[in-house]
Design a protein around this ligand. Structure first.
Ligand SMILES: [Zn+2]
Length: 128
């Protein structure tokens, strides 16, 4: 007989398998939560994409700017952090307080230690 089956048929293993079932259902719930979050993030992203497209159409019409100029601007902003990698990590980089020089967490607009206002860009956000 398979040693695993023998173990599963003993009373002690019945308890173990109930623990395994509980653990499985806990993990399964967590996984459902995570996929719901991913779905919501994807929807938010689609919406942002749509808004960006609408804004660009309006800017193009109002200013006569071209797609090539937009591409060039994207490239310029991409390399501001020293790397051409499709993102600008400059806006997530931690900065130091201009007054007490302690670290200001990304996403904060003022120093938690002395209350000084941080010089931030409106695009500054939490890194991922
Ligand atoms: Zn400070």
């Amino acid at each position: 007989m398979d040693p695993l089956l023998i173990r599963l048929e003993t009373p002690d293993s019945q308890m173990q398998s109930s623990t395994v079932r509980q653990e499985y259902s806990r993990i399964s719930e967590k996984s459902d939560d995570a996929s719901l979050q991913v779905t919501r993030l994807r929807e938010d992203l689609e919406r942002l994409y749509l808004i960006t497209q609408a804004l660009w159409q309006m800017v193009k019409t109002a200013t006569g700017a071209t797609d090539e100029q937009l591409q060039e601007k994207i490239r310029q902003i991409d390399v501001e952090d020293g790397r051409s990698d499709g993102k600008n990590t400059e806006v997530t980089r931690p900065i130091d307080c201009p007054v007490c020089h302690r670290r200001i967490l990304s996403g904060q607009t003022f120093c938690l230690y002395c209350g000084a206002e941080a010089e931030t860009s409106p695009f500054r956000h939490h890194g991922h």
